[in-house]
Design a protein around this ligand. Sequence first.
Ligand SMILES: C[S@@+](CC[C@H](N)C(=O)[O-])C[C@H]1O[C@@H](n2cnc3c(N)ncnc32)[C@H](O)[C@@H]1O
Length: 358
Amino acid sequence: MARQKFLLGAKAASKDEFYTQLADIERELRYYRKHFKDKTVFCNCDDPFESNFFKYFVLNFNKLGLKKLICTCYTGSPIANSQLSLFDVVDTEDGNKPYKAIITTVYDKTGDGALDMEDIKELFKSGENKLTELEGNGDFASPECLKLMDESDIVVTNPPFSLFRKYVATLMKHKKQFLIIGNINAITYKEIFPLIMNDEIWLGNGMGRWISGFIVPASYELYGTEASINEKGERIVATNNCLWLTNLDFNKRHEEMILAKRYNSEDYPKYDNYDAIEVSKTADIPCDFKGAMGVPITFLGKYSPDQFEIIGADYSLAGPININGKNKPNPQRFYINGVRKYARIVIRNKHPEPAKEH
Ligand SMILES: C[S@@+](CC[C@H](N)C(=O)[O-])C[C@H]1O[C@@H](n2cnc3c(N)ncnc32)[C@H](O)[C@@H]1O
């Protein structure tokens, strides 16, 4: 009880407690199986007793051929887990201390013919896997968590949204392979977009509704028409604005879009303040245009580096413009006939079809 009270107090100020559902993890992770063989996976924003990332990797440990799974939590969480609790496993007076789980073996310890979280608990109790308290607060950027990061091959989690820039910078600095959940808006962050442009990181298989929703604590408002409470009593918020971000390659990333439209100057006007044409829908990219094209940011969900080159984004490319006598030296957006367009990424087709002779 004391633990629960502490946690609610500690978390009330931030809105980072959006827990990923197992079905959403499974939907994306099945595309990367080959990457995990003999690898050490680190989930560094994950309470082993609550995180479905932990659950996914621990229950698929043998199927994926993992070498090791490391999981660290920041503090406890306001979502109580019905499967296991820290007190069932380790002898501790202070249930608020963050801890780390290190898994190196997974088998049917209870001998009941099935592999489930009860086996994981028994494997902790027997000392075959290790569950120990961290020295610090479990911050992913703390020295002890960075050391664990350096020992790992692939980091997989849904990190705190409020620290997303810092989180990705840490992964890049430590040259980690990763698969993480982020918000669609993160694409346009000045710290993130250049990494996408240079093909150092890319979007996973799906965005938006591909991630069906997050489990939120009781203290969070259940907003939106699609909010629900599932059969386990978990409160789900359907966000429709998230995506997976990774630097692990997967097949779909090399599938080229079929382009049915052809260029004509009426349907594809040029911007006032940048030398590119406006393509307002990704599906309408003309197959025969050689030059620069502005497309919506959702294009990245279909982007194959084999087919297109990313030149930049409007926020850095848009030139100065005068609107109704008012100078805009750094408008950050493209304009057509004085009308501001939505956020755009600028691309070029690497092998356009020849333009039709008229
Ligand atoms: C979006 S939630 C996702 C939790 C879990 N990874 C999942 O997918 O279900 C982000 C988690 O990161 C934790 N967190 C916040 N700040 C952190 C930090 N500096 N270092 C590590 N974890 C942090 C939050 O407490 C929260 O549980």
